[in-house]
Design a protein. Structure first.
Length: 94
């Protein structure tokens, strides 16, 4: 787990964590709330957590966040990830 050792050093350096996040983010720019959510997940990964649940309102950009977290997790732990989402069905009664 050499990569994890390098990241453990970076845990105290928020600029290194921010660079890790921005280099793995799938879109051209990242919003502050997305950065906050991903940083929390990265710290959880560093702490050894294997399951992360994110609940956020519509419009936060959870899909991009999930892809970024998955990319980071795969890099740090060299493991496969699964992203599970729940989708509400919109029904219109006429």
């Amino acid at each position: 787990m050499g990569k994890l050792d390098n990241i453990l050093i970076a845990q105290e350096d928020s600029e290194q964590i921010k660079q890790l996040i921005t280099s793995n983010f799938p879109l051209p720019s990242i919003r502050p709330r997305q950065l906050e959510i991903i940083a929390f997940a990265v710290k959880s990964i560093i702490a050894g957590k294997k399951n992360i649940i994110i609940e956020a309102p519509t419009g936060v950009g959870k899909s991009a966040v999930a892809i970024c977290i998955s990319n980071i997790f795969n890099t740090i732990v060299d493991a496969r990830t699964t992203i599970i989402t729940k989708q509400k069905d919109c029904k219109i009664n006429i």
